[in-house]
Design a protein around this ligand. Structure first.
Ligand SMILES: C[S@@+](CC[C@H](N)C(=O)[O-])C[C@H]1O[C@@H](n2cnc3c(N)ncnc32)[C@H](O)[C@@H]1O
Length: 242
């Protein structure tokens, strides 16, 4: 196994374990992440979906979803953001969740059924190779997942591919201050705990611009380790031909 495959397997095992522990009443992981949902949003969700949340923000709060839109959540975990998105886009819209971990997919499907959602689909796959056609999605959201990818360039290119021209991305992630080297990031926490693999602010902006996005912003919301922050990243896929 290559180092990237080993890391991916560690990530998969870590989140399979997190999915299993939800049935024991544990929640919110042990990494540097912790999600930020309002009491009103929590009230819209089955308890297991809230317990399964291991994100680092609340992308549905920043993505400005509209009725009838198609939304894709990368690394959907227990399904919390997919369920909230499905409610925002309504019965004429669709919310897809994509995850590589069977245990998380099973949990998400149960949570969506418990919430009575009919406009959600959970797909098994990698965020580096999204199993959806080009230009089929209005909004991509994600909550504390892109830092876990071993090929972030591929993820950003895939997001650009599946979005319609003018489509939006609004994600939460852990982001490092620009001065931190990869070694310094690794000293602050583990890869599977969302810290060691984090991009810096400058790297995130450059990666999104190179993939064909404009109006890119990376806003730090809360510090999760020295020089490492929960952040909201927003961008719009350019409508210019490439
Ligand atoms: C930190 S959890 C976040 C889950 C969810 N977004 C939330 O906020 O609760 C990371 C999730 O991403 C999934 N994941 C990590 N890397 C992935 C990849 N490369 N492709 C697909 N899923 C991935 C894991 O299986 C896990 O469910």
């Amino acid at each position: 196994m290559s180092t990237a495959e080993e890391l991916r397997e560690q990530v998969r095992q870590r989140y399979a374990e997190a999915a299993r522990s939800v049935s024991d009443g544990a929640g919110c992981g042990d990494g540097g992440c912790c999600a930020d949902y309002s009491a009103e949003q929590r009230g819209e969700l089955p308890e297991a979906a809230t317990l399964a949340s291991v994100g680092c923000g609340n992308p549905t709060a920043v993505a400005e979803l509209r009725e009838g839109e198609v939304v894709l959540d990368l690394g959907s975990g227990g399904g919390i953001d997919v369920i909230l998105s499905a409610k925002r886009v309504g019965p004429k819209g669709v919310a897809y969740g994509l995850d590589m971990t069977d245990e998380m997919l099973a949990l998400a499907r149960t949570n969506a059924a418990d919430a009575g959602m009919t406009n959600v689909h959970f797909l098994k796959g990698m965020i580096e190779q999204i199993p959806l056609p080009a230009q089929s999605v209005d909004v991509v959201i994600s909550n504390c997942v892109i830092n876990l990818s071993t090929d972030k360039t591929a993820v950003l290119i895939e997001i650009a591919r599946v979005l319609k021209p003018g489509g939006r991305v609004g994600v939460s992630d852990v982001v490092a201050e620009d001065h931190l080297t990869s070694e310094q990031r690794a000293e602050r926490g583990s890869y599977v705990g969302c810290i060691a693999g984090a991009l810096s602010r400058r790297e995130y902006i450059a990666g999104l611009e190179k993939a064909g996005f404009e109006r890119v912003s990376v806003e730090f919301t809360h510090e999760v380790a020295d020089g490492m922050h929960g952040a909201i990243i927003k961008a719009v896929k350019t409508s210019e031909p490439t």
